[in-house]
Design a binder for this molecule. Structure first.
Ligand SMILES: Cc1ncc(COP(=O)(O)O)c(C=O)c1O
Length: 373
C-alpha cells in the first residue's frame, strides 16, 4: 500500500528507530579501512568473546571463560545454533506464550517439538513455576525464557525469576534465557538473569543476547550465546559449517558497542519510556481496548477481544487477524495480530517510531474503534 502512495502508519517495527551511535559506526568504518574484512574464527574474534565475558561479569554478575561464548549473526542465529546443538528429533521445548514467533520455528527446524505454556493479561503475561513444572515430561529438553518479553514487554521480577529457577533445580532441563531487551526497562526493575538468580542452574543455562536492540544495530547482525562449554562447542561447530562467522568489521564495531561509551543508551530508554506512557494512556482510553503497562522492550500488547463480534468497514471482526486487516483497510494503520505470538485476543503495537507518527496512528485507531458496532 505504501508503494502505491497510500499513507499507512506502521506499528510493526521490531527495531529501534534510532541510528546506530556514531562511536560504533566510526569503529566499524575504521575496521574496514584497516582491513578487518576477512574470515574470523568460527566462534568469533577472541577480542569480542573476551569483551562479552567482561560484560557478563560486569553487568550480570556471571562468570564465563571465552571458550563458553559463541558470536553469531544475531541473537536469532544464536538461538538457532543452540536448538540445533541440543535437540534430538521429538525433544520437547517449553515456550512461554505470548512468545516471540521465531522460538517455535527454530525449535521445529531442529526436529524439536514446541510445548506452549500460556499466561494472559490478568497474570501480567507471566507464568508460574507450577505451570512450567506441569508441562515437563520425560521428553522435555529445554525451557525458553524471555524477559523483557517480545511481544508483551513483561519483565519477571527478581523474586519471580528466582522462584522459577528454584523449581527448575529439580529438573534436568536446559534453560535458554533470551536477554536481548535487558537494557530497555522503564520502571527501575533491572531484570535479573536466571543464571545469576539461581547459580545452581548456570551449568545448563544459555544466555542469549546481542547488540541489535540496545545499540540500534539490527542490521549489523551480531548476537551471542554463553553457556556450558561442550554444548557451545557443538554450536560453534554447526556455525563453522553454515555461516562460518559474522562479518569481521561488524564484530569490531560490536566490541565498541559492548565496551565503549554507553551514553547513547540512557536517552534512548528515556524516549521509549515517554512513548510507552503515551501509548498506554491513549489505548486505555479506547472503549473495548485494555492495555496493560509493559515494563520493558518497545511494544504494547493490548487486549482487543472485547471488540470481536463487532463490525468495521462492513466486516465482522472475529479474531486478531481480522482486526488488523480492517485497521489497515479502514484506518490505514498496520498492527501485528496476536495470533502469531500464540495469543489471539491481543494485537501488538511497536513504539519504535516517531512520536508524531504514534500520535497520528493512534488518532486513526481511536476513530476506527469508535466506529465499531
Ligand atoms: C525476543 C527476541 N529475541 C531475539 C531477537 C533477535 O535479535 P537479533 O537481531 O540479534 O537476531 C529478537 C528480534 O526481534 C527478539 O524480539
Amino acid at each position: 500500500m505504501k508503494k502505491q502512495g497510500i499513507d499507512v502508519i506502521g506499528f510493526g517495527a521490531g527495531e529501534p528507530d534510532f541510528d546506530t551511535p556514531s562511536n560504533i559506526k566510526e569503529s566499524g568504518i575504521r575496521a574496514m579501512e584497516k582491513g578487518y574484512t576477512k574470515y574470523t574464527a568460527a566462534a568469533g574474534m577472541p577480542e569480542l568473546r573476551s569483551a562479552i565475558v567482561e560484560k557478563l561479569s560486569r553487568e550480570n554478575g556471571l562468570s564465563y571463560s571465552p571458550s563458553q561464548v559463541v558470536v553469531c549473526c544475531g541473537a536469532k542465529h544464536a538461538l538457532f545454533n543452540i536448538f540445533q546443538a541440543i535437540c534430538d528429533e521429538g525433544d520437547e521445548v517449553i515456550i512461554l506464550s505470548p512468545y516471540w514467533v521465531s522460538y517455535s520455528e527454530a525449535v521445529k527446524l531442529s526436529g524439536g517439538v514446541p510445548v506452549i505454556v500460556s499466561a494472559g493479561m490478568d497474570s501480567g503475561f507471566k507464568v508460574t513455576p507450577e505451570q512450567i513444572i506441569q508441562a515437563v515430561t520425560d521428553r522435555t529438553k529445554a525451557l525458553v525464557i524471555n524477559s523483557p518479553c517480545n511481544p508483551t514487554g513483561a519483565v519477571y521480577t527478581p523474586a519471580e525469576i528466582e522462584a522459577i529457577g528454584r523449581a527448575l533445580l529439580d529438573t534436568d532441563l536446559y534453560i535458554v534465557s533470551d536477554e536481548i531487551y535487558e537494557r530497555l526497562v522503564y520502571d527501575g526493575t533491572a531484570p535479573l538473569s536466571i543464571a545469576a538468580a539461581v547459580p545452581g542452574l548456570k551449568d545448563r543455562t544459555f544466555i542469549v543476547n546481542g547488540v541489535s536492540k540496545t545499540y540500534a544495530m539490527t542490521g549489523w547482525r551480531i548476537g551471542y550465546a554463553a553457556g556450558p562449554e561442550e554444548e557451545i562447542k557443538a554450536a560453534i561447530s554447526i556455525q563453522s559449517h553454515s555461516a562460518s562467522a559474522p562479518a569481521h568489521f561488524a564484530q569490531v564495531a560490536a566490541i565498541e558497542a559492548i565496551s565503549g561509551d554507553q551514553s547513547s543508551v540512557g536517552p534512548m530508554v528515556q524516549e521509549f519510556r515517554r512513548r510507552r506512557d503515551y501509548m498506554v494512556s491513549r489505548l486505555s482510553s479506547m472503549e473495548g481496548v485494555q492495555c496493560p503497562t509493559p515494563a520493558g522492550a518497545f511494544y504494547v500488547f493490548p487486549r482487543v477481544s472485547d471488540l470481536y463480534g463487532r463490525t468495521l468497514g462492513g466486516v465482522v471482526i472475529e479474531n486478531s487477524a481480522d482486526f488488523c486487516a480492517q485497521m489497515l483497510e479502514v484506518a490505514r494503520i498496520a498492527l501485528v495480530p496476536g495470533s502469531g505470538f500464540g495469543a489471539d485476543e491481543y494485537v501488538r503495537l511497536s513504539y519504535a517510531m516517531s512520536m508524531d507518527s504514534i500520535e497520528r496512528g493512534l488518532d486513526r485507531m481511536a476513530e476506527a474503534v469508535a466506529q465499531m458496532r
